[in-house]
Design a protein around this ligand. Structure first.
Ligand code: OGA
Ligand code: MN
Length: 285
């Protein structure tokens, strides 16, 4: 058999292209003339690496040290304790994620995404406060997440949490930099991400006298749990970056971070002196 050279490949060659991470596999199928003059068909498998085009500004997370999901390379703050930021991957299974999403879809169904307001911290979102779970396994998952948080930080398992705050961020939604109110919540802000990856950016909060050029980025994959405590919770503003501002793509470790609709379950501990004011927590967290 005569292996075709490139000039023999007709332009109507058809094929299948598969992208796996940044590897591209291309399977092409095309006819060519055999040495004996007849037609034969060839299947060619090509493999290569994708490179980001020059039109894209890259946001690169060069995670180093303890976690492959946290990038401290732009942190300009030696008072920030790296253990005050954690990302735990795969704290729930895909089945558990689907179960949580199914219940939350029911809660969100009648709500509309809040339209853009110039002064709002969150754009294009819906939210609910989850006090009880209808599906019993979901209640167990939520309890397990609380236990994981407390065990990770070596805190007493009796620590009380505020009702879970659920945010449904539309594909084009985002959360601007802010520091969570500490009116009712204590020193922990933790989030379980569902459905879509996202990048959380922490930036020194100017109002707390911090350097805004000190930046830490977290890659939040679906089913991962992030934990912010200490300075990361009180002195850094956190934000969830937008999907893809004009001409910009987000890459992490050579992989593109596609943001689509994302649900997050936010777990905040109760302020220690708030025990008696539990009712007040119902409306303001
Ligand atoms: C918030 C918040 C982040 C997230 O609700 O205050 O910062 O992961 N959410 O949704
Ligand atoms: Mn927040």
């Amino acid at each position: 058999m005569v292996w075709p050279t490139s000039w023999q490949i007709p332009c109507h060659a058809s094929g299948l292209v598969l992208y796996i991470d940044r590897l591209v596999f291309k399977l092409s199928y095309f006819p060519f003339r055999s040495g004996a003059g007849g037609w034969m068909y060839a299947l060619v498998l090509e493999c290569g690496r994708l490179r980001p085009g020059p039109a894209y500004r890259m946001i690169t997370l060069s995670a180093s040290g303890e976690s492959p999901f946290i990038d401290f390379s732009n942190c300009r703050d030696n008072t920030l304790d790296s253990s005050s930021i954690r990302v735990l991957p795969d704290v729930i299974t895909i089945e558990e994620e689907a179960r949580l999403v199914a219940e939350l879809e029911g809660n969100m169904r009648r709500r509309r995404y809040v339209a853009n307001h110039w002064d709002s911290v969150i754009e294009r979102y819906r939210e609910v406060e989850k006090r009880t779970w209808i599906d019993p396994p979901n209640a167990k998952i939520a309890q397990r997440i609380k236990d994981v948080i407390l065990q990770t930080l070596h805190k007493p398992l009796t620590t009380r949490f505020l009702p879970v705050h659920v945010i449904d961020l539309a594909e084009d939604g985002f959360i601007k930099p802010h520091v969570d109110s500490s009116k009712f919540s204590g020193g922990l802000v933790c989030g379980l991400s569902l459905c879509s990856s996202a990048i959380m950016q922490l930036k020194g909060d100017v109002e707390q006298g911090q350097n805004p050029d000190s930046i830490v980025r977290l890659l939040l994959r679906p089913r991962s749990l992030y934990i912010l405590c200490g300075n990361a919770r009180y002195r850094y503003a956190h934000e969830i970056l937008a999907t893809r501002p004009e001409g910009e793509e987000r890459w992490v470790d050579g992989r593109r971070v596609e943001r689509s609709r994302r649900l997050s379950l936010i777990f905040r501990d109760e302020r220690e002196d708030q025990g008696k004011r539990e009712e007040a927590c119902e409306t303001d967290i």
